[in-house]
Ligand binder design. Structure first.
Ligand SMILES: [Zn+2]
Length: 174
């Protein structure tokens, strides 16, 4: 019982500390306009990042979590065995080792485990991307970049929720 009471007061204390911290931040933010702007921007950023998930996320998951070995091979091969991550400043990532087949639209948000929803990522960029749902314009940008390095005839489009895996056996497979 005393343990329970202790736990209760611990939670209360944590609440007080957190509340105090928030009060402190808000007070500071009111006193320093730039800090207020920064806090505002961070809040907006956090909200905006979640919008694609709300727009495109699905609770129903593909029962198949991992890519088939043949699908993974195809995903890496069409990417030229190079990470497909692209940054504004650095351009395309140069990593070619330990590439992973990643769900462009996260599996946890209803993305299908299919070649059409796959991309090659290095472990670092796969970890960094985590379960972020991309905007449609980001997918279109990826598709435009892919046109430059995918083999001729390989479809560049990302399909978030394919009902069944894309058929295997297009001409660029061999
Ligand atoms: Zn990378």
């Amino acid at each position: 019982m005393t343990e329970l009471l202790n736990l209760g007061s611990g939670v209360e204390l944590a609440g007080d500390v957190f509340g105090g911290l928030m009060d402190g931040i808000l007070e500071q933010a009111a006193a320093e306009p730039w800090l207020g702007a920064l806090v505002g921007l961070l809040l907006v950023h956090a909200v905006v990042r979640r919008i694609p998930g709300l727009l495109h996320g699905r609770s129903r998951r593909d029962p198949q979590r991992c890519f088939l070995r043949a699908d993974k091979r195809l995903i890496l091969r069409r990417a030229g065995h190079r990470c497909e991550h692209h940054s504004w400043l650095g351009g395309r990532c140069g990593a070619t080792e330990d590439l992973q087949a990643d769900h462009v639209h996260p599996h946890s948000r209803g993305g299908s485990t299919s070649v059409a929803n796959g991309q090659a990522l290095c472990p670092r960029h796969n970890t960094r991307k985590a379960a972020r749902v991309l905007w449609d314009w980001e997918l279109r940008r990826l598709e435009r970049r892919r046109a430059a390095y995918f083999p001729a005839g390989a479809p560049t489009a990302v399909v978030r929720h394919a009902d069944r895996p894309a058929p295997i056996g297009p001409p660029y497979l061999g």
